[in-house]
Design a protein around this ligand. Sequence first.
Ligand SMILES: Cc1ncc(COP(=O)(O)O)c(C=O)c1O
Length: 443
Amino acid sequence: MDPLLRKLYGIRKEDIADYEKYLMLGGGTRPAPTIIRGKGVWLTDIDGKKYIDCTSQSWAMYLGFANEEFNATITEHLKNASHIHQGFDTPSRFMLAKKLAEKAPKKINRVSFTVGGAAAVEGGMKIAIKNRENAQEFITLYDAYHGTTLGVMGSSWVSTKSSGKFMGGARFNRLTRQFVRVPNPYCYRCPLELKRENCGMICLKLLKITIEKAVNGPVAGLIMEPLQASGGQIIFPKEYLEGARKICDDYGIPLIWDEIQTYCRIGTWFASGYYGVEPDIICLGKGLGGGFPIAATMISDDLEGFSPDTEELHTFANNTVSQVAALKQIEMLEQGILDNCNTMGNYLGGELTKMRKDFPRMGDVRQAGLHIGVELVRDPVTREADAELLQAVRNYAMENGVIFGVGGMLKNVLKVKPPFIITKEECDIILEVLRRALKHAGL
Ligand SMILES: Cc1ncc(COP(=O)(O)O)c(C=O)c1O
């Protein structure tokens, strides 16, 4: 083994304090183990303890860890090329753009690559502004998350939560003001406290009123996740997406879907396959490169795209390793792994729903592919969120070899989003550990 790697893998627990002081961390749920390696859906920490990872590390590792077929392609490619400047063409960029366009809604055929999800959303914003004369302000949804760069921070809950709780993105308000929020169709916890049966989709009416009365000048775009992830694994009613599409058409507003978490994870290549509704701009990131950094902005044929030497230039926008990784992952997803995402997702979703009989404080189970959230509540009738229960469950599960994600504005949504290669036996381990964790918490 390379001596550098030997040293790196040989790091001891007692050495950590020496290193830790040099780091400056922002987000991420702590405490968390120090991870040394992974294989399949399993991670191994510094003590040699193994965990099934239901977070897929920021939900991004669709093929799991150290996938041999995937890694063989990448290491072979690395012998030839890695980073190439955006101004040069590469076969991998040509092929990935074509492949993504083939999978995307019919009208979405042009792709611009970048490095991170937030930059991809900003790319979508630039396209929208370019196509809407005098428009500067965007509409986003309550509980949205589109990243933390200064360009998008104001669109995300990281800034909203600041009201009275913590500063978060609000500290940077002067630079992040170009967003107006509208209520999200979070039907389990309607922000307007209405019941789905008789709400008349008032959130769509509010969207319309906001466009007419609350935005300065024409609206540059409606930015939304088609299924809110960070906000609490919130699956929107199809009716809302159809209605939002119609309103955007009526007012000539570009509809921007942030598919950074939905791409493939909800069981379809793009969310249009799930909802039957098509946006004008799609932003991708996270899982696109199977763990390698790559993101993309995709646009409709009706929109004017980026021009040479103007709005969009990033040093690592043409990383051929990430592009090969994205292509190889698509090939493997086509060969059955996307099907497995659906099969295992439906299995987990079904079993979690059944578990609610024994554990009614699992207030709601929301599943689309392997994009799964469970709301933990103090009482299924009042739906009062139980963040303490979630912490207790997460800690017990971590001790017992399963890492769950934590989410939702009330920090009570358990996230179950493992890699797509998970087996039924591994799903059963997750379910069993969750059952034991809930019992251990006194349920
Ligand atoms: C829906 C969504 N949009 C945007 C982002 C930001 O992506 P990145 O962290 O790569 O900038 C995230 C990250 O969690 C996300 O979940």
